[in-house]
Design a protein around this ligand. Structure first.
Ligand code: 5AD
Ligand code: SF4
Length: 349
């Protein structure tokens, strides 16, 4: 049944510790019932910070000259993937800025093939590489990728226009999501919350959009202003506690409204609170994306201010993360893909 908009607005408007905890507890019950309490790890490789787009909120937009651009080599990326495989991560996420040239799209296809080969087909691969043609999506799918994340950022068309240059069109995002589904990917999207000029009603519409689009996965998070962007005037008044709470409410409302989708506790949550990810799990998320990019590249991937650069490519960190997950009564789904249950329901399986 299509979720009720007023109910979503009410959830997103909750204030005060008691009411917030009641909302998170309710979302947790829904999570237990529909997806269980196993957490899936996706090792995140931020493979390049080169981007042809210029989104006004993003620290790595093309017109920010204040940091060097990098692309990780095939061998290095394979080493990172191998490390994740050895740590018994079920899947990887390969993320980068948007590039549509053939040199790049071929490189990605080759990398996906090699990762599949290295892991005897065992590592699941999610891509997050922006808007592409159907041919490119198909090429990557044929190489072995089976999930794709493409956030729409906001479904308020006017707000989308204000946050992007004129040639970044919301309709193109929708078209890409359609292509992804057509090719056969498990498809994920998401939005940012706390954007300038965004209302609670807008966010409720975002959640209804996820429902109407029948998405399998969600990666969402609070917007965090960045100094080197046209929106830098927002840095000073930014309230991390408020942004964090809104991020958690969004996860809870999505879990309650959408039930069997996979929801990631985003890195942006962790940037705002040391226990951000665990709190995300307790509010309804069931996926974590530990960053396994070699730390020497981290400085270059500052989408927002204060993005955690901690070294998660150490076996000790995996153990610590496992321990903290077990301390909240959950288990880690080592060696499992952890595909979204929603995808199989959508396929009628
Ligand atoms: N704060 C939070 N998230 C951001 N992203 C980009 N810039 C910011 C920011 N300032 C997110 C966008 C994009 C993803 C890769 O990072 O949602 O889709
Ligand atoms: Fe590029 Fe994505 Fe940043 Fe936009 S949000 S500038 S597409 S990396």
């Amino acid at each position: 049944m299509r979720p009720n908009k007023q109910e979503i607005i009410d959830m997103l408007s909750v204030r005060g510790e008691g009411e917030l905890n009641a909302l998170f507890a309710r979302a947790y019950e829904v999570k237990k019932k529909y997806v269980g309490t196993t957490v899936y790890f996706r090792g995140l490789i931020e493979i390049s910070n080169i981007c042809s787009k210029n989104c006004y909120y993003c620290g790595i937009r093309s017109e920010n000259p204040n940091f060097p651009r990098y692309s990780i080599s095939m061998d290095e990326a394979l080493q990172e993937a191998k490390w994740a495989f050895d740590q018994r991560y079920g899947s990887l996420v390969i993320q980068a800025g948007e590039r549509i040239d053939t040199q790049w799209t071929d490189f990605i296809a080759e990398l996906v093939r090699k990762i599949k080969e290295m892991s005897s087909g065992k590592l699941g691969i999610t891509l997050s590489l922006g808007e592409q043609t159907e041919e490119t999506y198909q090429k990557w799918f044929d190489a072995g990728a089976h999930r794709y994340l493409l956030r729409v950022e906001t479904t308020n068309r006017e707000l989308y226009k204000k946050l992007h240059p004129a040639d970044h069109r919301f309709e193109d995002r929708l078209l890409s999501l359609e292509r992804l589904r057509k090719v056969g990917y498990q498809t994920g999207t998401g939005v940012m919350v706390g954007l300038p000029g965004q209302s609670i009603e807008d966010i409720a519409d975002d959640i209804l959009f996820f429902y109407d689009q029948d998405v399998d996965m969600l990666g969402m998070g609070p917007y965090i202003p960045h100094q080197d962007t046209p929106l830098n005037h927002l840095v000073e008044a930014f309230d991390p506690t408020e942004a964090f709470t809104l991020g958690l409410k969004l996860i809870a409302a999505c879990r309650i409204a959408l039930k069997d989708v996979n929801i990631a506790a985003s890195t942006a949550l962790q940037a705002l609170h040391p226990q951000g990810r665990e709190r995300g799990l307790l509010a309804g998320a069931n996926v974590l994306m530990p960053n396994i990019t070699d730390t020497k590249y981290r400085e270059g991937y500052q989408l927002y201010e204060g993005k955690p650069g901690i070294n998660e490519n150490a076996a000790q960190v995996v153990q610590e993360l496992q321990r903290s997950i077990e301390s909240i009564g959950e288990t880690v789904g080592f060696d499992q893909w952890g595909d979204p249950k929603h995808f199989f329901r959508r396929q009628g399986q």
